[in-house]
Design a protein around this ligand. Structure first.
Ligand code: GLN
Length: 582
């Protein structure tokens, strides 16, 4: 296989969750800032075709691209750090590779041959790496291999990149290995053995890393780095310490100080590129690390035990917080808890409420209670996808007098299906890749909060859902004070709704969090955090949050579920700008 493109491979050793994705993204940013055309690609060893069918508890967030692919959350990091829009081909799983090969075999494409991991699987992996980089017109392609070296599943991927070095040569391939250097506190010692073993394992399969990124709680002294270099067969300056930092956005700065970009360019026989100017990035990082104030936002979701399930939302809060000069402290609220506890107990000292996306019935009534509380107490409310569905149910039941209104996702027999399955979804039975996925246009109504936030008439946002607002209920909602301020011009679907008389009540059918960037915070997140800050500053000193009912209930609202205040409630805090890892 021949190509002029340079490849940087990022592998991981010792343990998972060392931040290979952040390292790959950071290197992407550094090379892009030096004027190189960079693309990034993730290779995942699992057999699912994509993570779209996996539980958020298993896989974390599903990151949706403009072209409608359901991908790994690392693609979110790639997009945020390098400010590009990636696509379906930038996320490859072993499932896709095998699917393609088996289909070819059934068609008879390999007639006469035995189909094998080497060369058929490895060839297909290499083809996808080269094609994606060429189609993206990249000079450098950074490829992250998911999993940890030593896993059975990742072997074909490692074998493919070993072959690629042989075929393309040293100057076209560069290997970065991310490892862990643990601190054994009792002995007050940094341990190099896990790194040595991990590199040994790589070398056994024929890969000699060019650079080691050593994750550590602390700085790594020169003599420890020299020892690692000696045992791992790399030059001393190729052992770069990446100590824990407060924000992931500091990592490019840490890696640049460690010399990673220069080593990579030298290894790839590329010149230094244009002079590197990281001053804008540095000022964004400063804004993240040095907030002047703090707002507390309650995220009422159903996957709050695994914060990776809401990765892009958390990052969007970091960006929007920095733009508003505040730290966004997230108060995680497991929505099922809201079904048995009084919202007053939970939302005390909360400056904003967000109900994020999700699937299935569990916790829905809790989300509806949270929204009702925010609506009645003038607390800024932001609903995303499922959040729009729950807001619609809440408004239907309590403002439009539609008793037992629901989404047919949760109650197929509801007398008032204010949220219903999209007609083209009714006939779809296959689960994978069949939702309304990817970017769709949306026209914003003049004078609306959304239009003011975006400063644009037409936007494009990414979707991932099967249900939508049921148009039959539009006039009932409008009479109750709802404005439908974003409509898809392609099909007339409701994309945004706002409550006119509330200080900030807005729900969207799409996922705005996927398009937020540190240097270009998402307009709606920015506006929501600004509203939360206004609410925070207007709050009485004692912390009471009741500022009067801004939109009153009418009609025969169903009685609230019985209250109670269990001490074991899963209500946990975490500061978004707090300690994060590379
Ligand atoms: N479960 C809802 C649907 O499929 C919402 C999906 C979401 O929040 N992403 O329409």
């Amino acid at each position: 296989m021949k190509t002029q493109i340079r490849f940087i491979f990022v592998t991981g050793g010792v343990v998972s969750s060392l931040g290979k994705g952040i390292a790959a993204s950071s290197l992407g940013l550094l090379l892009k800032e030096r004027g190189f055309r960079v693309t990034l690609q993730k290779l995942d060893p699992y057999l699912n075709v994509d993570p779209g069918t996996m539980s958020p508890f298993q896989h974390g967030e599903v990151f949706v691209t403009d072209d409608g692919a359901e991908t790994d959350l690392d693609l979110g990091h790639y997009e945020r750090f390098t400010d590009v829009s990636l696509g379906r081909k930038n996320s490859v799983s072993a499932g896709q590779i095998y699917d393609e090969i088996i289909n070819r075999e059934r068609k008879g494409d390999y007639l006469g041959k035995t189909v094998q991991v080497i060369p058929h699987v490895t060839d297909e992996i290499k083809r996808r790496m080269i094609d994606t980089a060429e189609e993206g017109n990249a000079e450098v392609s950074i490829i992250e291999i998911g999993g940890t070296v030593g896993d059975i599943e990742s072997l074909p991927f490692l074998e493919a990149i070993r072959q690629l070095r042989l075929e393309l040569g040293r100057n076209q391939t560069f290997f970065v290995h991310v490892t862990l250097v643990p601190l054994v506190r009792a002995a007050k010692e940094l341990k190099t053995k896990p790194t040595q073993h991990s590199v040994k394992e790589l070398r056994e399969i024929g890969i000699q890393p060019d650079v080691l990124l050593c994750r550590c709680e602390t700085a790594i002294p020169q003599e420890v780095r020299s020892k690692i270099a000696l045992f791992c067969n790399v030059p001393a300056n190729a052992v770069i310490a990446t100590p824990d930092v407060r924000s992931i956005y500091e990592v490019p700065l840490v890696l640049h100080r460690g010399g990673l970009d220069v080593l990579a360019l030298e290894g790839l026989a590329l010149g230094p590129g244009t002079p590197l100017d990281l001053s804008r990035w540095e000022s964004t990082v400063r804004a993240i690390l040095e907030p002047e104030d703090k707002v507390r936002i309650a995220v009422c979701g159903k996957y709050t035990h695994l914060q990776d399930a809401y990765k892009s939302i958390l990052e969007a809060f970091v960006h929007a917080g920095a733009a508003n000069g505040v730290q966004v402290e997230v108060k995680w609220i497991e929505s099922t808890e809201l079904e048995t506890r009084e919202p007053e107990d939970i939302f005390d000292r909360v400056d904003g409420v967000l109900v994020p996306g999700g699937f299935g019935e569990r916790g829905i009534e809790g989300m509806i209670r949270a929204i009702r509380y925010a609506r009645m107490h003038g607390v800024p409310f932001f609903g995303i996808c499922l959040g729009l569905h729950c807001a619609s149910i809440e408004i239907a039941r309590h403002l439009c007098n539609l008793e037992h209104a629901n989404s047919t996702e949760f109650d197929p027999e509801t007398p008032h299906p204010v949220i219903d399955l999209m007609p083209d979804q009714v006939t779809k039975h296959q689960k994978g890749g069949t939702m309304r996925l990817g970017a769709y246009p949306c026209d914003l109504q003049a004078g609306s909060r959304a239009r003011e936030a975006y400063g644009d008439e037409r936007i494009r946002e990414r979707h991932r859902h099967r249900w939508e607002f049921n148009d039959d209920y539009r006039s009932a909602f409008e009479e109750a004070g709802v404005r439908f301020t974003g409509i898809c011009p392609d099909n007339g679907l409701v994309e945004i709704l706002e409550l006119e008389s509330h200080p900030w009540f807005l729900a969207v059918q799409f996922h705005p969090e996927l398009k937020s960037r540190p240097e270009r915070p998402h307009p709606i997140f920015r506006s929501f955090v600004a509203a939360a800050l206004r609410f925070h500053r207007g709050r009485p000193i004692d912390g009471a949050s009741d500022r009067g009912v801004s939109v009153s209930d009418t009609g025969n609202a169903p009685s609230e579920p019985a209250g109670g205040s269990g001490d074991d409630a899963d209500v946990r805090d975490s500061g978004v700008g707090g300690a994060t890892h590379v």
